[in-house]
Design a binder for this molecule. Structure first.
Ligand SMILES: [Zn+2]
Length: 239
């Protein structure tokens, strides 16, 4: 179950599915994405608050809506064209940024490894969640039954409307039958990601009830805020 907590008096969102690792989502109160253009948002200060809390420097990749999944490496700070990042080093901490797209945090307590992925419609259509999980399973020895996944705050199935061109990128097994209309088709990216992960044997999944549009007071929405450059983030630091 998801619940709000605080770091330095600023609201963050956590889930009781992952207790041992530091896994959480930032809110508008503690934006750490430095691409934002709002000068009132103290990104650097917020980052310091979180780094002090987790006692680790944060690193993040350059997201491009790809299905590329890399691995965080000590003393490497540059991860171009990367939308999923595996974390195996407990001395590192990672974050990825979101405003409507679906954030996925993975954690395997037994192996003490995890990952964060960015699943917008492009990433979801390319199954970036499955690619990330497969890497944990095939390359790092995770058992799918041990992997916990948090599907974080993202635009909900009522608010997210796409055209037939986007709809057609998805496998029919993940969506209701093709609608007659060619636009304003509602799709639920959180639910599609859940189904994809379930198909490869992941059972421990917690889906965030918050929508970036409906609950815009807590999170950023690219659609509702006319293409805002501000982002909330999914953060992971191993135990
Ligand atoms: Zn909504």
């Amino acid at each position: 179950m998801f619940y709000f907590d605080e770091i330095g008096g600023k609201k963050i969102l956590k889930s009781d599915l992952i207790k041992k690792a530091n896994a959480f989502f930032t809110t508008r109160e503690i934006c750490i994405c430095d691409k934002g253009e709002d000068k009132n948002v103290e990104t650097e200060n917020n980052k310091k608050i979180i780094e002090n809390h987790i006692k680790t420097r944060l690193i993040s990749p350059i997201q491009t809506h790809s299905a590329n999944v890399g691995t965080a490496i000590k003393n490497k700070f540059d991860y171009p064209d990367t939308d999923g990042l595996i974390l195996t080093d407990k001395n590192l901490a990672i974050f990825l940024n979101f405003a409507d797209c679906t954030p996925l945090i993975f954690y395997d307590e037994k192996q003490n490894i995890g990952a964060v992925s960015h699943a917008g419609w492009r990433g979801t259509a390319q199954k970036i969640g499955v690619i990330t999980a497969r890497k944990l399973i095939d390359e790092f020895g995770s058992n799918p039954r041990d992997i916990c996944v948090l599907i974080g705050p993202a635009i909900c199935g009522n608010c997210y409307e796409v055209g037939i061109d986007v709809y057609n990128h998805f496998s029919p097994s993940f969506l209701p039958p093709a609608p007659e209309q060619t636009k304003n088709i509602k799709i639920d990216l959180k639910e599609i990601n859940r189904k994809q992960l379930t198909q490869i044997g992941i059972e421990k999944i917690d889906i965030c009830p918050y929508c970036t549009c409906c609950d815009n007071e807590y999170f950023y929405s690219y659609r509702k805020e006319n293409g805002t450059t501000l982002r909330h983030s999914a953060v992971l630091k191993l135990k």
